[in-house]
Design a protein around this ligand. Sequence first.
Ligand code: NAD
Length: 288
Amino acid sequence: QGPENYGKVALIGLGLIASSIFWAMKRAGMDSHVTGYARSAETRETAKRLGLCHEIVDSAEEAVKDADLVILAVPVGAMGPIAEAIAPHLKPGCTVSDVGSVKKEVIEAVRPHLPEGVNFVPTHPMAGTEHSGPGAGFASLYDNRWCLIVPDGASEEATARVEAFWQALGAKTEQMEVEHHDLVCAVVSHVPHLIAYTMVGVADDLRRVSDQEVIKFSAAGFRDFTRIAASDPTMWRDVFMTNKQATLEILGRFTEELFALQRAIRTGDGQLLFDYFTRTREIRRGIL
Ligand code: NAD
């Protein structure tokens, strides 16, 4: 049996996530016609040059007309305005999905604009790199990675189709409740990015250690730890502007732990540090 046909697909936003979707669709042999749109003319030109999508058009409205599956792959803060713009042009009965890193605020921003009869199935592929833009994508990005599906009331049929779509791209899927999604992602992704950005900021601020020294000796931990601080600033600004509650909760826990370790260092409590590192090493070793 050949790959399922998802009909006409529209990709709105042509960065790392959307371009990887296209290459993975191609690799899976899906015969869907894919139309792409990105806001900047430069991105659209680059996409054309790379052979991304079967067709690149100059407006989101044009991209979605006739589409059976519309995937919003723009920064989280742009999801609502895009949904509003495309809503009158959606094909009745089509499925709209998004890949945003935050779910509660995206759902609240998108759903009210969608006409009756359009299915909205929010998703979040838990895969990425620190690179962005149309040239950053590759077919295997989603292989064996989780794609979280947050149906939040979407029809079972549309949800099942979107799940099957991600599985065809190589991902494993799991359904999750919206607020739980935002908390899980604050722990495993959002706060770690914030801390990585902060560490680079601290190093930059420290006049007694030069930037050249940071670069030269970065293999001592800094390089591994801060790789994700090279990620796109627009995307990450939007994540923290929209996942406020969960990131503040996790950040509060983080600073509590950090203060406890700071106190242990100041008071010379080596046992506390040893026990803490032993426990956390065990957990970290369980992650490949
Ligand atoms: P990216 O920066 O590589 O690409 C974003 C794309 O959206 C670009 O083509 C840009 O031109 C376009 N764009 C920006 N604003 C727009 C607007 N108002 N209208 C139309 N197009 C616009 O970003 P990405 O990594 O592909 O991320 C896309 C989405 O996927 C974001 O919502 C992000 O939260 C989510 N996501 C990212 C990762 C990751 O690790 N990069 C992982 C999972 C989910």
